[in-house]
Design a protein around this ligand. Structure first.
Ligand code: IPE
Ligand code: IPE
Ligand code: MG
Length: 249
């Protein structure tokens, strides 16, 4: 028998289960403005943003979307006031500690992408643990960009390829799109089908530049902490109304 609970969790009837994106990316923007609208300090917006992320991850699981990649902290975000940067690093660490057992239970595989070695040591530690204990999970593939910048990612890939060439292990004609993709942080993931950016901003802000060459972009006017299940439903509805041509006719 169908209970209201399972009804709520199942895919909305107006979405085609065969045409869902396999991989959704999200730029979680607008936390600061969400807080400002409520006369709260900016960091309250970051705290509220965690709940929105948990809900999105749950939606992906409920609706059968295999991969979710979110932008949590960019290589440019170090330029924010020191208090905010430190708050964010501590928040990431606390949330990971708090949520790890549930992620394991839900079968989520979590990965972090970015120049992780520049993060605070305590955060790096819990990141390593989270990646290790979920490494064999086959549920939602959940990837978090933390000190991630697409240009930095491409630079580190180039460095590694040049190093291989210097050792005589790589010839110029062997460098192709596949090889470059294999040296990006996201090498184990397919390219995103859909990018969602909240807060009405229409820019990539150095997120997944290589991987999103043919990603469908959806801009939501909501601030990130307000991005909920109905908002995700609307994004998927928009996605299913698109015709992806990949340069063909
Ligand atoms: C996104 O929200 C979260 C991070 C970049 C860490 P913002 O903090 O950018 O919020 P706005 O854009 O200032 O409102
Ligand atoms: C992008 O948001 C980075 C994250 C969401 C982590 P920003 O708020 O940093 O981007 P800009 O500065 O508006 O382009
Ligand atoms: Mg912002």
């Amino acid at each position: 028998m169908t209970t209201p609970h399972t009804l709520l969790r199942s895919l909305p009837a107006d979405l085609d289960p065969n045409r869902l994106p396999h991989h959704v990316a999200a730029i979680m923007d607008g936390n600061g403005r969400w807080a400002a609208q409520r006369h709260l300090p900016r960091v309250k917006g970051h705290q509220a943003g965690v709940d929105a992320l948990k809900e999105l991850l749950r939606c992906c699981k409920d609706w059968g979307i295999g991969a979710l990649t979110v932008f949590a902290f960019s290589t440019e975000n170090w330029g924010r006031p020191r208090y905010e940067v430190e708050f964010l690093m501590t928040l990431f660490e606390k949330v990971l500690h708090r949520e790890l057992s549930e992620l394991v239970e839900e079968g989520v595989r979590i990965r972090f992408v970015g120049a992780l070695y520049l993060l605070p040591e305590a955060l790096q530690q819990i990141i390593r643990e989270a990646m290790a204990v979920t490494a064999t999970n086959t549920g939602v593939q959940f990837t978090v960009g933390t000190n991630y910048g697409a240009r930095e990612e491409i630079v580190q890939a180039c460095r590694r390829l040049v190093e291989q060439a210097r050792l005589g292990q790589l010839q110029p004609e062997e460098v192709d799109e596949k090889l470059i993709a294999q040296h990006l942080y996201t090498h184990e993931l397919p390219d995103p089908d859909l990018l969602i950016r909240t807060s009405g901003e229409s820019r990539l802000s150095n997120f997944l530049l290589w991987q999103m060459a043919y990603t469908e972009i959806y801009v939501a006017d909501l601030m990130w902490p307000d991005f909920d299940r109905p908002a995700f439903h609307a994004a998927l509805k928009s996605y299913q109304g698109r015709q992806r041509r990949f340069g063909k006719v």
